[in-house]
Ligand binder design. Structure first.
Ligand code: GLA
Length: 727
């Protein structure tokens, strides 16, 4: 899987279908050579790249007149001949900021070590995984930079991360990206990313790459609603099913930067890592810095082919724990049903109906703790409000358990309310703050300083106490504001630029401890909906509340975009009431169900107010979910009609054993005398015969894929689900 040719000094990292090559040139320059379709035989340097000097490029000593400015570099730095965006940058004790990293050695090992204290792609017994560590050294300053690669052969994935060890005098890291790859022919490619905002997360954007730099980033402490730590680069003509696509995803829930710089010679430098804006990390002699991990996926089967690789990787080698491989709970959440105005009676009435329709779990959302009747007060005081819950959480959990259902609870542990909060009265300095500056409130709250160990310990104990106090089997872990005035009393002046990075390490410690301590609790992450939907969070919590927008049509866009990188098994998706609370739209219950079904399904409305007819439909949906959850969550997704560019949304799932196929199709907007429309399924066996459950007819896979299923749609929001079973 990983080979090194001593003669040519070339490394080749092979997955099942891809190769990734780089080499050591002229005693120390680490050059990127190739990433793409698998190469059966390794070549020599000149066979991979054009060695040519361009006028005016500074010439590196030792490079024989060649210039790193026109070369393809494996881990570029700034200050020498390469004038493009660096992956690594630091300032030394003498004020100089020119790291000169040269190859000093390497190690190839079987398997892969986990990253200490950070999320990472992990291997399991039987996986074909090998790792490579490249050591780069700045001899002048005795600074050692280790590039870590792992090859997950069967997953067609390469991971990369970087560790810096300072053996020389004190220095400050200014940038340390997790991955940077210089690829040729940038002019033929597009830059695609997932952007949005609150309640409109992860809409795909795609633009041609131009000469210059295009980036997406987050600067406020979370991976964010506005952009997502995932970037991909399809060829101009690549579509859902064909063409070459490069992609990079970051296992990190804090701020990031990802993007591409295309130089004047069409080389595109694609990169991803911790945002270097406002970042700095001081290394005393003997200290170490670890970057988060990036995963790299190349596919020549279009964007759909790339997505399926990300889905499998995320489901099987990023998500962990007991809930990774089992079907999770169909739940009812009281948020949109009651908001803060819940009572035990209201919750019991909802639970009665939830039981009738076969739901597994009731989640009590915000408002059960401290003084919390709206979002102005109470965060941080994680003790139960007995006025609202006279029998405590234990009493309420027993009420729910009596009905044969499980009980789950909402927390927002990373936050503190400056008003109406005992914790803030005792520890105002526990909030992130800059002395002498008034803190900016977000949703009336401040962010706790998780770069501090004592704050993290408080959260661990406060949440543990609650989880131990009642039979709580699910946690919704929310986070509802971005960071501002980021400063910590516990760190010296020169380390204030480390706070946001250290915050994430603190949060990851908290999550690692709690998820290990409560392995039978299902954790779902949330950040005002999908404000922290990233691969890092999914390492600790296998599902994320996709968006606060529960409207069926809006969800089609959000879930479509999310599925570009993330599997449906990671998307919390609930049926809510109409008119919809976010956009006022009225859609049929059937459509709302069909849109939510492939995700982690549930309801977010007052079941006690539903009519008998609606309850019958809701019950049917729960039954469908229980029957086909496994197809949606372990099978392969094929996107068919793209809701972003058409009036329709459709997709089919093919089960892992290839025996069951489920097709969903939705009409977003219809038009009079509309055109004939067929939905052509994907991913089937052409020769196999499939029986359609809905109409009893038999179809060959070839028919379904080439003729498709005709639509006779007449109304907006018509929505259908078809099941095909292989004979
Ligand atoms: C956030 C979440 C919602 C809900 C509220 C409660 O907005 O995304 O689902 O939990 O907080 O305040």
């Amino acid at each position: 899987m990983i080979s090194f040719n001593e003669n040519t000094q070339i490394f080749q990292l092979d997955t099942k279908k891809t190769s990734y090559c780089f080499g050591v040139y002229n005693d120390g320059f680490l050059m990127h050579l190739y990433w793409g379709e698998k190469l059966p035989v390794m070549g020599e340097f000149e066979q991979y790249i054009l060695v040519q000097t361009k006028a005016l490029s500074p010439q590196d000593n030792g490079l024989g007149g060649w210039s790193t400015n026109v070369a393809r570099m494996e881990y570029p730095t700034h200050g020498g001949a390469d004038l493009r965006r660096p992956a690594f940058q630091c300032t030394f004790d003498d004020g100089s900021a020119v790291p000169r990293l040269r190859y000093a050695g390497h190690k190839i090992t079987d398997g892969k070590a986990v990253l200490n204290g950070m999320p990472c792609v992990y291997s399991e017994d039987g996986d074909k995984v090998q790792s490579l560590e490249i050591e780069l050294v700045d001899k002048r300053k005795d600074l050692h930079v280790f590039l870590n690669y792992s090859v997950f052969e069967d997953y067609d994935v390469i991971t990369r991360s970087v560790r810096v060890e300072n053996k020389g005098p004190k220095c400050k890291i200014d940038a340390c990206l997790s991955a940077s790859v210089d690829l040729p022919e940038g002019r033929d490619f597009d830059f695609m990313h997932l952007d949005g905002c609150w309640a409109r997360e992860r809409h795909p954007q795609r633009t041609p790459i131009f000469c210059g730099t295009q980036t997406v980033d987050m600067k406020n402490g979370a991976s964010g609603h506005y952009h997502n730590p995932f970037v991909c680069f399809p060829e101009h003509n690549a579509d859902e099913d064909h063409g070459r696509v490069y992609s990079l995803g970051l296992l990190w829930s804090g701020e990031f930067v990802g993007g591409v710089q295309m130089d004047s010679y069409d080389t595109m430098r694609v990169f991803i890592g911790v945002n270097d804006f406002g970042f700095g990390y001081t290394l005393e002699t003997g200290e170490t810095f670890q970057s988060p991990e990036a995963a790299l996926i190349y596919s020549n089967n279009g964007i759909g082919g790339m997505s399926r690789l990300w889905h499998k990787l995320t489901r099987e080698r990023i998500c962990r724990g007991k809930f990774r491989d089992i079907e999770r709970y169909a739940l009812i959440n009281n948020w949109e049903a009651t908001y803060f105005n819940f009572t035990v009676e209201k919750l019991s009435a909802i639970a009665d109906r939830a039981k009738d329709i076969g739901l597994d779990l009731l989640v009590l959302d915000d408002g059960w703790f401290g003084i919390r009747n709206d979002d102005h007060t109470g965060l941080g005081d994680w003790f139960v409000n007995r006025e609202k819950l006279p029998e405590g959480l234990d009493g309420l959990a027993s009420e729910i358990n009596k009905r044969g259902m499980k009980f789950g609870l909402w927390f927002e542990p990373e936050m503190i309310s400056p008003k109406g909060c005992q914790l803030y009265e005792k520890h105002p300095d526990w909030a992130l703050h800059i002395n002498g500056l008034e803190g900016t409130l977000g949703r009336f709250q401040l962010t706790l300083d998780l770069s501090r160990d004592d704050v993290c310990d408080y959260i661990i104990e406060a949440v543990s106490n609650i989880l131990n106090s009642a039979n709580i089997e699910y946690v919704k872990w929310d986070m509802n504001r971005y960071m501002t005035e980021v400063g910590s009393d516990k760190l010296p002046q020169e380390r204030q630029c480390e706070v946001k990075y250290r915050y994430m390490l603190g949060l990851y410690r908290v999550l690692e401890t709690l998820t290990a301590r409560f392995p039978n609790v299902l954790f779902e992450s949330c950040a005002s909906g999908g404000g922290r939907f990233d691969l890092g969070m999914l390492y600790y919590m296998p599902q994320t509340w996709s968006s606060d927008d529960t409207d069926a049509v809006e969800r089609l866009y959000i879930q479509h975009g999310t599925s570009i990188c993330y599997p449906y098994s990671s998307m919390g998706a609930h049926v809510s009431v109409c008119p919809n609370h976010q956009v006022g739209r009225v859609t049929p219950l059937k459509m709302r169900g069909n849109v939510a079904l492939p995700g982690q399904f549930g309801f977010e409305l007052d079941l006690a107010k539903m009519t008998e007819e609606e309850l019958t439909e809701a019950k049917r949906q729960v039954e469908v979910y229980k029957e086909f959850g496994e197809v949606f969550h372990r099978g392969d997704l094929y996107r068919i009609d793209d809701p972003m560019t058409s009036d329709f949304a459709s997709m089919n799932f093919v089960s892992e054993d290839k025996k069951r196929v489920v097709l969903f199709r939705h009409v977003i907007a219809t038009h009079p005398s509309c055109r004939f429309k067929y939905t052509k399924l994907k991913g089937l066996e052409p020769e196999a015969i499939y029986v359609c459950r809905e109409n009893g007819k038999q179809y060959s896979g070839a028919m379904l894929m080439n003729i498709g299923i005709a639509w006779n749609h007449k109304r907006d929001y018509e929505s259908e689900m078809f099941v095909f079973e292989k004979k």
